[in-house]
Design a protein around this ligand. Structure first.
Ligand code: AMP
Ligand code: MG
Length: 480
């Protein structure tokens, strides 16, 4: 395996070289074969023995040039300059034959200069959650970091209680966060900020260098990709939970998974993070927080852009979000043309779901079965307010007739955007509890189903079910 180390070698002052601290009795639990193929990596380098050696021996390919990146970030609105890779290391970059660059990053690698009071470790529970969710989002068509492999161990790692230590290798275009730019700007290290921009343009936004104003083009691109990402989250029902600016990627991908959740019942104000007492990162506040974070990022652009230019770039967020959201929502309702009444119709459906506490994912899957030549009673029966639902279905019918949509093809397209399966928290929790006892069967089954979330999978019908009562009340630990 050959890795490139452009970040470490071109920005030596922005990283610290760190050796991976081996886990005792490591065991390769999951290897993402399809991702391995996409990255054009040799599977033999990722067999248990070879992988452990290249990670845990000082001259191993994955260890010898590992570095921790320095960054800062706004956590719950407060600036924190003391962040950085505290338990993760950038192992290097895979460059494919097509010259596409992918970071390999090891989470749970042991202490680094940025660990502060932490142990540098990750627990099995949180690595399973990240593995499952990042792959689930990817297969739902939502930009995200990915999971390449998971290594478990029996090494005790202490959180609220002793847990098992584990490691995850994740993959993304880069690990450059909003907080990288914020840090070098706020600490007034302008030469390092310049070097970071130069690197970022060269490797990740080279097309912007062809424009008259590359900084403006780059900021616009980050604004738009972030708006699009959050539209995806709002339409699929994903609550990230810790949208600190150090957890925001400049590539507009879902990044740094913590106490996230997919909505079960449709509850716009849902807060998946139990430490988030004010609801700053509630589901329906994600668009506003996205813009808040972009504003924080934009401070790093101020040495290079006029204030008016920054404002003009940030002003693109809202219209982009609205356009993307409307387009994605219309697709969920099987509406291919845009008509003036659409948003009203969409909002009325959401209000019904909210009032009756109905399952978000299930509702759209059911609506995908709507036909023009039946009374669609099964859909009305999904609601407590059946009459209201019937009225809505009558309006929906008229709307479909207005664009003369073909029933069969509409049903098929709706089922290709409305998943039958999402990673419900109670399912992840069951898989984790089994894994902690050494049984990874449910983890594998979930991975398999979530890789094709739009298919029926009749053998795994139970994974499509909303949570039982215990699963609704579940509190997900925020420690990871
Ligand atoms: P997170 O909440 O995972 O996004 O992490 C916020 C900051 O805390 C980052 O700088 C992490 O590197 C650091 N951090 C989180 N967990 C640990 C840990 N167990 N040991 C050391 N640093 C950590
Ligand atoms: Mg983080």
């Amino acid at each position: 395996m050959q890795l490139d180390h452009s970040y470490a070698t071109e920005l030596p002052e922005l990283v610290s070289a760190v050796d991976i601290k081996p886990l005792t009795h490591p065991k390769l639990i999951a290897l993402n074969q399809s991702l391995l193929k996409e990255l054009q990596l040799d599977p033999s380098d990722f067999e248990q023995q070879a992988l452990i050696e290249s990670l845990f021996t000082s001259n191993g390919v994955l260890n010898r040039n590992a570095v921790a990146q320095k960054y800062g970030g706004h956590q719950f609105g407060q600036w924190n300059p003391d962040l950085g890779d505290g338990r993760g290391l950038l192992l290097g970059e895979v460059v494919t034959n097509e010259q596409k660059r992918w970071d390999l990053h090891l989470k749970g690698a042991g202490p680094t200069p940025y660990s502060r009071f932490g142990d540098g470790r990750a627990v099995l529970r949180s690595t399973i959650r990240e593995y499952l969710a990042s792959e689930a989002l990817h297969h739902l068509g939502i930009p995200t970091s990915r999971a390449l492999c998971l290594i478990a161990s029996k090494e005790p790692v202490y959180r609220e209680k002793p847990e098992q230590g584990a490691m995850l290798i994740r993959v993304s275009q880069s690990h450059i966060r909003f907080g990288h730019f914020e840090y070098y700007y706020h600490s007034k290290q302008m030469d390092k900020l310049q070097a970071l921009f130069d690197y970022t343009f060269k490797h990740h936004f080279p097309h912007c260098l062809e424009d008259d104003n590359p900084y403006y083009s780059m900021l616009v691109e980050v604004v738009k990709s972030t708006a699009k990402l959050i539209s995806h989250w709002q339409t699929i029902g994903f609550n990230h939970g810790v949208m600190n600016s150090d957890n925001m990627s400049i590539h507009g991908i879902t990044f740094d998974y913590g106490p996230y959740a997919f909505l079960d019942d449709y509850e716009p104000g849902f807060i998946c993070n139990h430490s988030d007492h004010s609801g700053r990162y509630a589901f329906d506040r994600q668009p506003g927080i996205g813009l808040w974070n972009l504003n924080a990022l934009a401070h790093g652009f101020t040495p290079f852009l006029e204030i008016e230019e920054i404002e003009s770039a940030l002003q693109l967020f809202e219209p982009e979000l609205q356009t993307q959201y409307a387009q994605m929502m219309r697709a969920k309702f099987g509406l291919s043309e845009s008509m003036s009444e659409d948003l009203g119709l969409i909002n009325e459906w959401l209000e019904l779901l909210q009032a009756d506490k109905r399952d978000y994912t299930q509702s759209f899957r059911l609506l995908s079965e709507f036909t023009l030549d039946s009374d669609n009673q099964n859909i009305a029966d999904f609601f407590i307010q059946r009459d209201k639902a019937s009225d809505w279905l009558t309006n929906y019918r008229e709307r479909l007739i207005a664009e003369q949509s073909d029933c069969i093809s509409r049903q098929l397209t709706m089922k290709s955007v409305n998943p039958k399966f999402v990673l419900r928290n109670y399912l992840a929790q069951q898989a984790i509890e089994l894994a902690e006892k050494g049984d990874y069967s449910m983890f594998s089954q979930l991975n398999e189903v979530l890789a094709r979330p739009f298919d029926e999978h009749p053998e795994q019908e139970s994974f499509a079910k909303p949570p039982p009562d215990w699963g609704k009340a579940m509190e997900i630990s925020c420690s990871s």
